[in-house]
Design a protein around this ligand. Structure first.
Ligand code: GLA
Length: 365
């Protein structure tokens, strides 16, 4: 009897989620930064740092069961401290763009940093991707990160308390739960900016994508939505049937030219804020398949058009144009200036909550 219980106890520690942490260096201001390794019972592993809440690596099996890292990033904190396009980061207070870097809320005009031409991108000059989050190791193997964005930080009103919980489940899901509260009316849009390459190298043009969206939000020259929700029918933006990412990317299409490829928000087909399948990506060589589930109304599909081979990442790998794709679940870009888009306003007493799951399945041999 006793022996059986000992065996069960051992299984419980060996199987299921595990979390260990280690030192990841210091920020330029000298703040210590940690790195957390989440492992599930299949040995699938995610490492996440509390600097920007960034997913540093994500090792998932290919069709033969071999684990491979499917996200872009750096081996050490220095890479993240240097200029880089938000690799793996948590993005806020407002993910994606705000046109002319300003918006009006309750009759007050708020100006936020212009860090993308005339517009504000991904929370401004020092967004949530560049701050040290307070980490708490959860008993169930999850990692809780919290951050208090102060009233007026990057121009946004209200003390906004944000909590993000990462779990790596035994279903091979990287599950991200976001929560936020405020003490003054504000706007909030939160996402994760992981760059995926399911092959683990080369470009992503052969990845096969399905997006559960009948419409997308066309943009102007600054990648700000025009306000139209345009049907994808008959355009290179129709991914309702699984289609190679590279198949139409060079087509003579005005929207593709403006984005220098895909860099647009799709309007997800859904009733409300239920958790639903937004996207599926399949990489035929490795046999890796990733599903993206979310409670959010939109998804930014970005094909790494601005990567240009100047950044050297993990293991010395050079990150060339289109060597990764992003599927950023979100509210639509520039919602604070688009009254017809789903609202991103958060008021005191309200609790913002959203969930996104990146689930890794293997295509059969
Ligand atoms: C988002 C944007 C892109 C680009 C990247 C970072 O995906 O939509 O235009 O700014 O972030 O380079």
């Amino acid at each position: 009897m006793d022996k059986i219980w000992v065996a069960f106890a051992l299984m419980a520690t060996v199987q299921g989620a595990k979390l260990v942490s280690g030192d990841f260096g210091k920020t330029r201001e000298g703040a210590p930064v940690r790195i957390y390794t989440l492992t599930n019972k299949h040995g699938v592993e995610a490492t996440i740092t509390n600097y920007g809440g960034r997913v540093v690596s994500l090792k998932v099996p290919d069709k033969k069961g071999a684990l491979g890292d499917v996200v872009l990033g750096f081996d050490s904190i220095d890479g993240y401290l240097n200029e880089n396009p938000y690799f793996g980061a948590l993005i806020g207070r407002y993910a994606n763009r705000i046109g002319h870097a300003q918006f009006t809320l309750d009759g007050v005009l708020y100006k936020v940093p212009k860090n993308d031409g005339d517009n504000s991108l991904h929370g401004g000059t020092r967004g949530f991707d560049k701050v040290v989050w307070t980490a708490r190791e959860m008993k169930d193997g999850g990692l809780e990160l919290s951050y208090l964005s102060k009233d007026g930080e990057e121009g946004y009103p209200g003390n906004c308390k944000v909590t993000v919980i990462y779990h790596l489940t035994d279903l091979n899901e990287l599950k991200i739960e976001y929560a936020a509260t405020t003490d003054k009316d504000t706007v909030v849009n939160l996402t994760n900016h992981s760059y995926f390459n399911l092959k683990g190298g080369g470009d992503i043009l052969g990845h096969i994508l399905t997006l559960n969206a009948d419409r997308f939000t066309p943009v102007d020259g600054g990648l700000i939505p025009t306000g139209e929700l345009k049907p994808v029918t008959g355009t290179p933006f129709d991914f309702r049937k699984a289609t190679g990412v590279g198949r139409r990317i060079e087509q003579n299409d005005e929207q593709l030219k403006l984005g220098k490829g895909y860099d647009h928000n799709w309007v997800l087909n859904k009733k409300g804020a239920e958790l639903s399948l937004a996207a599926r990506v399949e990489e035929p060589e490795s046999g890796r398949v990733m599903e993206v589930w979310t409670t959010q109304p939109g998804i930014q599909f970005y094909t790494g058009n601005f990567l240009d081979g100047t950044i050297q990442g993990k293991g010395g790998r050079v990150y060339a144009r289109r060597s990764a794709l992003c599927l950023e679940t979100q509210h639509f870009p520039d919602s604070p200036n688009k009254p017809k888009f789903p609202s991103t306003v958060l008021k005191p007493g309200m609790a913002f909550k959203s969930t996104t799951i990146y689930k890794f399945v293997r295509s059969p041999l």
